[in-house]
Write a protein that binds this ligand. Structure first.
Ligand SMILES: [Zn+2]
Length: 375
């Protein structure tokens, strides 16, 4: 894997373009990652409406929650480990069938009570190595000291490289500042890239700053599990703004709670669809008020339709419908942003033009204005 960065005339804080060279693939940066959750929604939609769905994304991430009981079971059972390897391989296949997937990640999201020990780190590396993944993530642990972690990294990086695969470091932006900085440095020296799990950027501003300013050649920054909709502003899609701290980025699982019946009842009046003109998740009435019936997207869900067609034709399945459209909208949004970064006009002609991108940007990065940083 090689990361080549463009020389930008007037790069603002965090702005970067370039490309990933991975095998025969040339993937432009910044770039949105398609997740296994996105594919699950698309499968539901496909099944229901007999519409084949194919995404343009070349980077894919399989994500799964790993709770403590589950981790302990997998640790103890070779059979369970094989099931996880099979799960990863099945996801890789699905990504290849439904997208132009060239690069894949497996990101286990461990719940807080999991005591991440050396044994668990090695287990996860082993599972990934035995799968068909070409990128293997080494899980970070706050329980291990810098010296201990350095040893774990050294040994695992060697095993991964000897297997002809690419080592990545899976850590979290929610870690203590000093720790995050130290881990970022070690990743830069020894690995192909870092996968940093998203957390509240205001609370952990120094970590986001460290990530945003690590625009180095041959080091890929992946911000994973970014809030689709920033809780404080239910309408804003945060994902395309994440490109200011990273090269590639994925959205959170965002499966939502409640029963299917409740969801259907709720969605009749309140279902929100990501609108690419403003990067907001709008209800039908909100969309009509601003944009009338016209749709802003040409994806397989929206093509040839007007807004009310969607709400009528897909009644009872609006969540699957709108979640299937969403990766296309994000892909398109990021393509537009990339062009604006290259012409040095991201702020004026992109962020300030899209109402909810502006709101998300100002909220997420408000610490930048009063802080040590220049941009
Ligand atoms: Zn669409």
């Amino acid at each position: 894997m090689r990361i080549v960065r463009d020389e930008l005339d007037s790069a603002l804080w965090g702005e970067s373009t370039g490309e990933i060279k991975f095998g025969n693939a040339h993937i432009p940066l910044p770039y949105p990652v398609l997740t296994s959750t996105d594919l699950n929604y698309a499968s539901e939609f496909s099944r229901e409406f007999l519409t084949p769905i194919s995404f343009p994304n070349q980077v894919h991430e399989s994500k799964k929650l790993w709770a403590k009981d589950f981790v302990l079971k997998v640790l103890d059972s070779r059979e369970k480990q094989q099931q996880e390897i099979d799960w990863i391989n099945a996801n890789l296949m699905k990504a290849k069938d439904n997208a132009e997937s060239k690069m894949s990640f497996f990101t286990p999201l461990l719940t807080k009570e999991v005591p991440v020990s050396r044994k668990i780190i090695d287990l996860l590396v082993g599972i990934q190595l035995d799968s068909e993944l070409e990128i293997v993530q080494i899980l970070d642990s706050q329980r291990l000291s810098q010296t201990e972690m350095a040893l774990v990294i050294k040994e695992n990086v060697k095993i991964i490289k000897d297997a002809g695969k690419e080592p990545f470091f899976l850590t979290s932006t929610a870690f203590d500042e000093e720790l995050f900085k130290a881990r970022l440095e070690i990743a830069k020296k020894t690995m192909s890239g870092i996968t940093a799990l998203y957390s509240n950027p205001t609370k952990h501003s120094q970590n986001f700053n460290a990530l945003a300013t690590s625009k180095e050649e041959n080091f890929l920054r992946f911000l994973s599990n970014v809030d689709r909709r920033y809780p404080k502003f239910g309408k804003c899609n945060v994902v395309p703004i994440a490109m200011l701290c990273s090269d590639i980025f994925s959205s959170s699982l965002g499966m939502g709670g409640g029963s299917k019946k409740e969801a259907i009842k709720k969605e009749q009046t309140n279902a929100r669809r990501l609108n690419n003109e403003c990067l907001g998740h709008l209800t039908m009435a909100e969309h009509q008020k601003e944009y009338g019936e016209k749709l802003d997207c040409n994806c397989p869900v929206d093509r040839g339709n007007e807004l009310s067609d969607l709400y009528i034709d897909h009644k009872g399945h609006l969540n699957d419908t709108f979640r299937t459209h969403e990766p296309y909208a994000v892909f398109e949004a990021v393509e537009q942003a990339r062009e604006k970064i290259n012409s040095g006009k991201l702020l004026e002609e992109y962020i300030h033009k899209k109402e909810y991108a502006k709101q998300a940007y100002e909220e997420l990065f408000k610490w930048k204005q009063s802080n040590i940083l220049s941009f």
